[in-house]
Ligand binder design. Structure first.
Ligand code: KG4
Ligand code: ZN
Length: 339
């Protein structure tokens, strides 16, 4: 069956057409992403009202483009999977409204999907037979958590951030270094141009229960202020970026190692925007006695294929959503029920 995936939870409008047979047998036919980075760059962050309007404008055009590129008629689509939350309410509403309009027009069901479930399962887009259970580290702009994935919809929370997310830590640090929003990837690129740094940031999160980036954020802000003049030199800026990236990655892997010590599970999936980070990928590969899997980089960041896949599994299990399903800004993934 053909499943259309729609993702509009933040600043990416994404559509995907997935041919689905079963959980480990499927094929992405076409996937499209329209990023709003340029739209929000002047404001230093996502402006929800502008983001919603951009989704509204992009969705119908992208849908037509998707059909054309896939050489598929709309009538061949079996169901629509759409992100219901968590995310920005206005943005989610655009995707939900479009999905429901299509559902009515084409007389097909729609399935509302948890965005984080999409990230949790996104490694299966790369390796469809990646076996359950596995520990999933989600590191994105809004979330940092370690979830035990026992099956689709069977999630057990092991560790979550009590303040900022890892992506936010990257973006806010990048801002302190004068890099444009969203600076995470730019900071990482600068950091990767060095192989060491004279700057040392504290090792954090050794005592805290969950993830917490507030202490590190303060240390980075102080260091950036101290080096305000020196930062003008590209070499010093890169060395600072190196130290910042190193401390964030170190903290993520410290928590992951700790969780691995208390479980028999030896498979790890790392997903979400920050999982595109090369330093994290390199060091995570060295986790002892573990199989570590990252999604392809296009599926690390927000995308609709992961939503189409999660929705397809649920649709195949008989799930249907009701018209008027609300946009949900907060929706912990461990509250989901098994498919
Ligand atoms: O998953 P995502 O696309 O959106 C959310 O659901 O939040 O994640 C976006 C986050 C941003 O904070 C961005 O700066 C960060 O992922 N990011 C990176 C890299 N690429 C994207 N952070 C560190 N290194 C990267 N290479
Ligand atoms: Zn995301």
């Amino acid at each position: 069956m053909l499943i259309l995936g729609i993702e509009t939870s933040c600043d990416e409008t994404a559509l995907s057409l997935l041919r689905y047979h079963d959980q480990s047998n499927f094929e992405i036919i076409t996937e499209l992403v329209s990023s709003q980075v340029e739209l929000h760059a002047n404001y230093g962050g996502v402006v929800p009202e502008l983001a919603s309007r951009a989704h509204m404008q992009a969705l119908p055009l992208m849908f037509e483009h998707l059909l054309k590129q896939s050489q598929v008629e709309a009538s061949k689509i079996s169901a629509v999977a759409v992100t219901q939350g968590p995310g920005l309410k206005g943005c989610l509403l655009m995707g939900l409204s479009f999905a429901q309009a299509l559902s009515l027009a084409l007389q097909i069901p729609f399935v509302a999907v948890n965005h984080l479930e999409g990230h949790l399962l996104s490694v299966r887009l790369k390796q469809p037979d990646f076996a359950f259970p596995y520990l999933a580290l989600i590191v994105s702009g809004g979330h940092t958590e370690i979830i035990e994935v026992r099956g689709v919809g069977d999630y057990y929370l092991r560790c979550r951030t009590i303040d900022d997310a890892a992506g936010e830590a990257f973006d806010k640090s990048a801002n302190l270094l004068g890099l444009d929003y969203p600076g995470g990837a730019k900071l990482a690129q600068m950091a990767d141009s060095c192989d060491h740094s004279p700057f040392v940031l504290p090792k954090v999160m050794r005592e805290t229960e969950g993830f917490s980036f507030s202490g590190l954020k303060t240390a980075i802000a102080l260091l950036a202020r101290e080096q305000q003049e020196a930062i003008r030199s590209p070499e010093i800026k890169a060395a600072l970026a190196y130290a910042i990236q190193d401390s964030i990655v170190d903290a993520l892997l410290f928590k992951l190692r700790k969780e691995l010590e208390s479980t028999e599970i030896k498979r790890v999936a790392i997903s979400g925007g920050v999982s595109a980070n090369q330093r994290l990928r390199k060091l995570a590969a060295g986790l002892p006695n573990c199989e570590v899997l990252f999604p392809d980089s296009r599926h690390c960041v927000d995308n609709a294929s992961m939503i189409a896949y999660a929705g397809a599994v649920r649709f195949a299990a008989g799930e249907r959503s009701f018209f008027g399903a609300p946009a949900v800004s907060r929706w912990p993934v461990e509250t989901l029920s098994p498919a």
